[in-house]
Write a protein that binds this ligand. Structure first.
Ligand SMILES: Nc1ncnc2c1ncn2[C@@H]1O[C@H](COP(=O)(O)OP(=O)(O)OP(=O)(O)O)[C@@H](O)[C@H]1O
Length: 430
């Protein structure tokens, strides 16, 4: 099942801090998700803080529906976005709270309440993007940690090589991993925040639910971004300055992706359809969350202080673009396991390497014949895309029997002839 829906956007206005000693520059229309700042007015899905909904409602209104959908097999993302010291870590609960609150601890509680009723397996991973490198926050020890590489599968799925995925059985166990990873995460003191995140953090909970009929495998990503900052206000120099530059450039890349996706109708008319996900690691990792296979809520965190008015306006503008992003979430069903077929493949396959198998076939088949055969058996995308699923399956079956006969006619051993060596046509993979 596929669900096309826009990214939902909530704005969270944190209270003025005593250290700020200035006036408030945002007002909220009573009972409306609408904020006013100077002569600008913006409307969102939800507004918390100031005269909007109480902060205590944020989990119930923004996150609980996604956790419910997670158990129906949909991927989900909660993304906290905003300038430095706007309350992102406080909102997400990645600072492992002096205040003990935040979204992630409540997600954990909700997940473990729900798993009691179903047969399930829970795994977690925790990453940070620091100075444009990805690090594993659950890796054994900090000095030995090496950056993690991004890999993209043939179907365009982003995977991370060698990332630690831990299976957890209790909420307490999961909390201890969050605390451990958070303490490893890069933070530092700046003039604007005594505990400023110097990296983007992504805490992922993967859930595998098995029922008599099916197995669902979905994940929820809880993202606490580092905040945009201006060196003249944070007082950053040396390492802090370098960190700030990396933070700003990855947020700029994210902002561009949001702007292009969010302005899509206008861009389509102009013929702009390339989304620059590859510009930074942050956008590559969030590719599915923005414009892809995920139900996503963005929480735009803002400070009400008049001294932050420019940054607040910038956050509100990007949040406004994000509301136009359309995602296509698909129920994540595990492919049914076919023990007989698997056993047969295992028995007949001398090695797992496709390349090696292909070489074996080519050895038994004159190269011109091999190329002609590939051409003949690979249908054109336009032809196959318009076919209903049943017809596609019949076509694949015809292709298989043709291939089998061709291989046999070239004297290929009977056992090898049973295998399909052609790379699957890209447009048929889904
Ligand atoms: N809703 C809130 N109620 C009370 N205090 C808050 C709230 N939100 C944030 N704060 C306070 O604001 C300060 C900055 O918050 P936080 O560290 O979460 O910001 P941040 O956006 O994560 O910053 P950075 O990007 O620098 O990491 C902290 O002192 C935090 O306790």
């Amino acid at each position: 099942m596929k669900s096309t829906e826009p990214v939902r956007v909530a704005v969270n206005i944190r209270p003025l801090l005593t250290s700020e000693g200035c006036t408030d520059c945002i007002t909220v229309t009573p009972d409306e998700p609408q904020v006013h700042i100077g002569s600008h007015t913006f409307t969102y899905d939800l507004v918390f803080g100031n005269n909007g909904l109480p902060f205590s409602e944020i989990y119930h209104r923004c996150v609980a529906p996604l956790v419910e959908d997670l158990f129906k097999g949909y991927n989900a993302t909660i993304l906290a976005y905003g300038q430095t010291a706007s309350g992102k870590s406080y909102t997400m609960g990645t600072n492992c709270g002096a205040d003990g609150g935040g979204i992630i601890p409540k997600v954990m509680e909700d997940v473990f309440t729900r798993v009691e009723a179903v047969k399930s397996q829970i795994r977690i991973s925790f990453l940070e993007i620091y100075n444009e490198e990805i690090y594993d926050l659950l890796a054994a020890s900090k000095p030995s940690r090496a950056p993690i590489r991004i890999r993209e599968t043939n179907s365009g799925e982003i995977t991370l090589q060698g990332v630690t995925e831990v299976q957890v059985k209790t909420k307490e166990e999961m909390s201890s991993y969050l605390a451990r990873g958070s303490s490893t995460r890069a933070t530092g003191i700046t003039n604007m925040n005594i505990q400023s995140s110097r990296s983007h953090a992504i805490f992922t909970i993967s859930v595998k639910i098995t029922t008599a009929e099916e197995t669902l495998c979905a994940k929820i990503r809880l993202v606490d971004l580092a905040g945009s900052e201006r060196a003249n206000r944070t007082g950053a120099d040396g390492i802090r300055l370098k960190e700030g530059r990396h933070i700003n450039s990855s947020l700029l890349a994210l902002g561009n992706v949001i702007k292009i996706l969010g302005g899509n109708e206008r861009n389509k008319k102009k013929g702009v359809c390339h989304i620059p996900y590859r510009v930074s690691k942050l956008t590559r990792l969030l590719q599915d969350s923005l414009g892809g296979n995920s139900k996503t809520v963005m929480i735009a965190c803002v400070s009400p202080a008049i001294t932050d008015v420019e940054e607040t306006l910038s956050t509100l503008r990007y949040a406004n673009y994000a509301r136009n992003i359309k995602n296509k979430a698909v129920v994540q069903k595990q492919k049914p396991s076919t023990p007989c077929f698997d056993a047969m493949v295992k028995e007949l396959t001398p090695s797992n390497s496709d390349a090696k198998n292909k070489t074996v076939v080519q050895k038994h088949t004159p190269s011109s014949d091999y190329d002609a055969m590939v051409k003949e058996l690979t249908p054109s995308p336009s032809k196959s895309e318009s076919l209903p699923v049943y017809d596609k399956m019949c076509m694949i079956r015809r292709m298989c029997s043709k291939l089998f006969l061709s291989l046999r006619s070239h004297g290929l051993p009977k056992q090898l002839g049973l295998m399909i060596f052609l790379p699957p046509p890209h447009h048929l993979q889904s």
